[in-house]
Design a protein. Structure first.
Length: 133
């Protein structure tokens, strides 16, 4: 099936950074509870989510201030508030969007690798049992 924006649609693994399991193509793969890499990814995901929310809030504030300033009249104070809120929103949004995608991609790749190794083990076991008969 073709996805309207991204070409062929492929099933993405379900990733939850706060649980011990990952669901891939109907199967579940257990992960270590005390994995420091997953804990760090969860921490980065939490901070990027917060930075995204604050950044988009400041962007909306800048747009609202611009509309108010356009209706009432621009003053140096309003122009300063608009520029400051835009700059802070861009400073927050640029790295948080990139890091958010990086965390999602790393977890999806780990999930696919774990699912493939589980699938290969299952195929190897099935092949061995058929060969031994």
């Amino acid at each position: 099936m073709l996805h309207p924006y991204h070409g062929p649609h492929t099933e993405q693994p379900s990733v939850d950074l706060h649980t011990e399991t990952v669901s891939c193509d109907g199967g579940t793969v257990n992960t270590a509870h005390d994995d420091p890499v997953r804990r760090r990814r969860a921490q980065v995901a939490k901070w990027t989510l917060l930075a995204n929310r604050i950044g988009y809030l400041l962007l909306a504030l800048a747009m609202a201030l611009f509309v108010i300033a356009f209706a009432v009249g621009f003053s140096p104070t309003m122009a300063t508030l608009i520029i400051v809120s835009l700059v802070i929103s861009f400073v927050l949004l640029a790295p948080s969007i990139v890091l958010g995608y990086a965390v999602k991609a790393a977890e999806a790749r780990r999930c696919r690798a774990a699912c493939e190794s589980t699938h290969h083990r299952a195929v190897r076991t099935a092949t061995t049992s058929v060969t031994l008969r």
